[in-house]
Design a protein. Sequence first.
Length: 421
Amino acid sequence: MNIFRKKNLHHTPRASQAHDRIFKLPVDTGSRFNFLGGYSGPDSLSTAKMASKQAFYRYIRESIPLVSAAVWAWVKLCNTPSSIRFEGTDSESKKAEIEIRELEQTILENPFFRGDPFRQLNELMFTEIFTVGRFAGKLHLLKDGSGVDFLETLDAYQVHWGRKTGQKWTAKYGLVESEAKTIKPDEIFVSTLGQDISNPFGIEPLSSIPFVLGIEEQFLDDMAKSSHNAGFPRLQIRITPPESWDNEKPEQYASRINKYFDDTVSEFSDMAIDKNIFSWNDVEVSIIGGEKGRSFTWKIHREQIIEDVITGMKLFPWVLGRSHGTTKEWVRSQYNLLMQEVDSIQSSARSLVEWIVNEHLKLKKINAAAMLVFEPNKDPFEIERENAFGKRIENLDKLLQSKVITEDEHKDTLRNKWLQT
């Protein structure tokens, strides 16, 4: 027989129980995101496989600090200051410079933007590229067709691709593929983050993130509950039930010990801070929780999840300020690799500005070709590289003085080493 009565005490829900989960996407019905392009999808990251993926990617970019920081880092690494140079005669180049200054006044679809228009175009493209992996834009010409008016950014997910065996890819643009209109390569600019033989739009940089974020979502929820339970000390009161009396019926015994239990609970519940309680030695009081019950393995597990997200963003932990004991030489090699990736992405980004400018110059019948040049990122190891280069020059000079190499070999080697730096 169960002789102990379960006490129905008033219980205030913990913070982790009183609110929604720490990271919870809005559901389709009653979505609290009503702005243009706002996300409205499944309430679980693990099932977020919807048609409107770009809205989902933008949502996690704006909602998850780590993803936001990674996208921000990539955009700022790639969008360094740039300048446009012209190839052609002096007179044609000067005409081109004048025309481009006028084009800069109208090229942006948002007339309220200020600053370098082409750099802002690049930032828009980089942000889109590192969020959804693709960018598309359409040139609008002046009414008389004498030049470029502005660039309209398009929804790249409305570009539908197709290819027949033995033929090149074709593209249509429209919300529904069956009603989309065929587009020509010179009508719309399309750029991607990566190439894929089965998909002209290549890879989506955030496609590997939702699975890990789904794990972190549950992880943070569990961690909050565990930390709340273990983080606050509590009194544990253990009451030893008295022995039954001779000739005492079971119902009487249960009633007696339950009253004893209720009286003890009442004593502890109503006890003021400056009061004491007196009982037989059948009541034991101990403290549980607090630092004694806290586990620090949560930190280790969460760092692993964070590094998985950073890896999914194709970055290194130190780029986002999360270096875990990385050596200097390893950071140097990672920095070199990162700069190679930046150079590769910048080379594809040049085509946007060059396409706009060269189309404008062609319509203006100016015989000059434009080329966009990005400034390199600052090299934190520049002094060390210069010192190493100076050491190589000294060694070459010693070899020349020792007549181990000729002057021509000295010049050729020196020139090659200079080009490699």
